[in-house]
Design a protein around this ligand. Structure first.
Ligand code: ISL
Ligand code: CA
Length: 581
């Protein structure tokens, strides 16, 4: 690995993070050291050897800043401290040092589309009224023309929030509304104001001076809004207007990110990692964001492949996924960012259902094998892979009996809004069981003990009862486990240049059960073939020419036979072959 490269590389494949695997920690659910039921920094420190053994290069921490936790820390009330729930700044410094000692890096979550409504910037903006010096740090508007302020429908526009309800909350004292794309406790910052941007840049430099290695930037493509904040279209069956065309990749987004690069990253002595989370971003936009010559971001999280199994009713309107759609989408991103730009690769995170339950088969027979298949497919794509805590164990969606089992504001608000509008509760719960973000947020499964070794107290959200079957302790002891399979895949990224540099070519794009592609690296003269059987039935495939005697690099079914033409793959079998080319 090449660390500490001071300049922007001509091609992303030359940057250190092109050979890196990132591991996402959701601190609240990772490891609790003091038995209060909530994961903390000391808990992470105690588990660092586990992560070093897995072999990941970078840790991304979901937010650990002071917060009222309306949205589990994505509502920040102080950007330059640690929430006492998680520890102290001194604990953070110890964590960072311990991460660096093990040769890993640490990336912080940067949440600057919005703050908490308890951040002093917002309380000043609200309480000092329209003439106050911080008023235009946020987005305040009067009621709609001719409407009585504070009455239903009087909001400045018709946008619906990500977390149900309107995006506006009325402040009686000043007689105006503030904008919040997420919860009412997450007011949007006004990025049009240069003082806001400077304050954000200064805060980022403060963390870099502390030694962090980069930022994952929360919904960073939403920070520029269309001037005038026009109404959105009201889609059939929707309760609010769709404001997204007016805030996704808005008019000044590239300007803001280029400015951030200049002000924060350009002169920094260390080469950092920056990844922008970007709902609704297109390949064309992503290419602009990640083109090294434009000096904006290193990579983005796109959302296309996690939206293919939803209907017109949105994320809780669950539809079956067609493998051909998944391949068409991921394949297009591979090609689109092949020459210029760089992909980040993920199946799940703290906002998505568990990968094995969504894209694989979490029945006992195929759970581990299909989890390994998903890992194989993802890690063999071109880009930087992200592993979400527990994914390396094949952690699955949990069982939710009633609404009382949920904790996430998105799920709770959705349930309240839908049932209030007369939607059948069973139908609402069915959607939530598949898609609630709480599926990803159940505690990390360390062992078979009562709360899976996560806490000696009462966990803030129930552990998945399947931890007696799926846990780190058992998997560390089993050389065929999902954990050890991930470890081998991660090691391959460090030793096999074709993973980083190879061109991507999709094979059989119209096949409904086979995910197959090649990676060709001219410089090292190697070619890789990936074959994955997405289903519980045997599958006989035609091989491309000349692969019969190739070497097996990795496979999820033990004692695999040599490749033959035609070749039969067993249920959920995935294998990678290598040859000189
Ligand atoms: O899960 C979603 C809501 O339907 C996503 O659209 C999610 O809100 C989106 O990915 C943005 O996520 C990020 O910002 C949110 C926060 O709740 C998420 O946890 C975070 O990852 C607001 O800060
Ligand atoms: Ca704790």
């Amino acid at each position: 690995m090449r660390f500490d490269v001071p300049e922007i590389e001509a091609t992303p494949a030359d940057a250190w993070w092109s050979e890196a695997v990132v591991y996402q920690i959701y601190p609240r659910s990772f490891a609790d050291s003091n038995a209060d039921g909530i994961g903390d920094l000391q808990g992470i420190i105690e588990r660092l050897d586990y992560l070093a053994q897995l072999g990941v290069d970078v840790l991304w921490l979901s937010p650990v800043y002071p917060s009222p936790h309306d949205d589990n820390g994505y509502d920040i009330s102080d950007y330059q401290d640690i929430d006492p729930l998680f520890g102290t700044l001194a604990d953070f410094d110890r964590l960072l040092a311990a991460v660096h000692e093990r040769g890993m890096k640490l990336v912080m979550d940067l949440v600057v589309n919005h703050t908490s409504d308890e951040h002093p910037w917002f309380t000043a903006s609200r309480d000092e009224g329209p003439q106050g010096s911080k008023r235009d740090w946020y987005i305040w508007r009067p009621a709609r023309e001719g409407m009585e302020p504070g009455t239903p429908g009087a909001e400045p526009n018709n946008w619906g929030s990500f977390f149900s309800g309107p995006t506006w909350t009325y402040d009686e004292k000043s007689g105006e509304y503030y904008l919040h794309l997420f919860s009412r406790k997450q007011p949007d910052l006004n990025w049009e104001n240069p003082t806001v941007r400077q304050a954000v840049h200064a805060m980022m430099r403060w963390w870099l001076d502390r030694g962090v290695d980069g930022f994952r930037m929360d919904v960073v493509n939403l920070i520029s809004k269309t001037p005038g904040l026009p109404d959105g279209i009201v889609h059939e069956g929707a309760l609010h207007g769709d404001g997204s065309p007016h805030y996704i990749c808005g008019p000044r987004i590239h300007e803001y990110l280029a400015e951030m690069h200049r002000e924060v990253f350009e002169d920094h002595p260390r080469r950092l990692l920056t990844v922008g989370e970007m709902p609704g971003v297109t390949v064309e936009e992503a290419k602009l964001f990640t083109d090294p010559s434009r000096r904006e971001l290193d990579m983005v999280f796109q959302f296309e492949h996690v939206g293919l199994d939803q209907g017109p009713g949105g994320k809780f309107d669950v539809r079956p996924l067609k493998l051909t759609d998944l391949k068409a989408s991921l394949g297009r991103w591979q090609t689109g960012l092949g020459e210029t730009g760089w992909n980040s690769l993920y199946w799940n995170n703290h906002d998505q259902p568990r990968a094995v339950s969504r894209f694989g088969d979490d029945s006992p027979a195929y759970r581990d094998r299909s989890a390994k298949l998903l890992a194989t497919v993802l890690h063999l794509h071109r880009g930087t892979p992200y592993v979400y805590q527990g994914e390396e164990l094949a952690m699955a969606n949990t069982r939710f009996t009633s609404i009382d089992d949920f904790r996430d504001i998105e799920s709770l608000n959705y349930h309240r809004e839908q049932t209030a509008h007369g939607v059948d509760e069973e139908q609402v719960l069915a959607g939530l069981r598949h898609r609630s973000r709480d599926n990803a947020r159940t505690p990390m499964q360390w062992d078979t003990s009562q709360h899976a070794g996560f806490t000696a107290g009462t966990p803030w959200i129930a552990v998945n009862p399947d931890h007696t079957r799926t846990n780190a302790k058992a998997q560390l002891a089993d050389p065929d486990s999902v954990f050890h399979y991930y470890r081998r895949l991660i090691a391959l990224r460090h030793t096999e240049p074709a993973l980083t540099h190879g061109d991507f070519q999709m094979l059989h794009p119209d096949h409904e059960q086979l995910y197959a592609f090649t990676r060709h690296d001219a410089a090292s003269g190697t070619e890789l073939l990936v074959l994955a059987n997405f289903g519980p039935a045997d599958l006989t495939v035609d091989l491309p020419d000349g692969w019969e005697h190739s070497e097996t690099l990795i496979a999820n079914v033990p004692a695999t036979t040599p490749l033959s033409a035609p070749h039969t793959l067993r249920p959920w079998e995935a294998r990678v072959h290598r040859r000189n080319a």
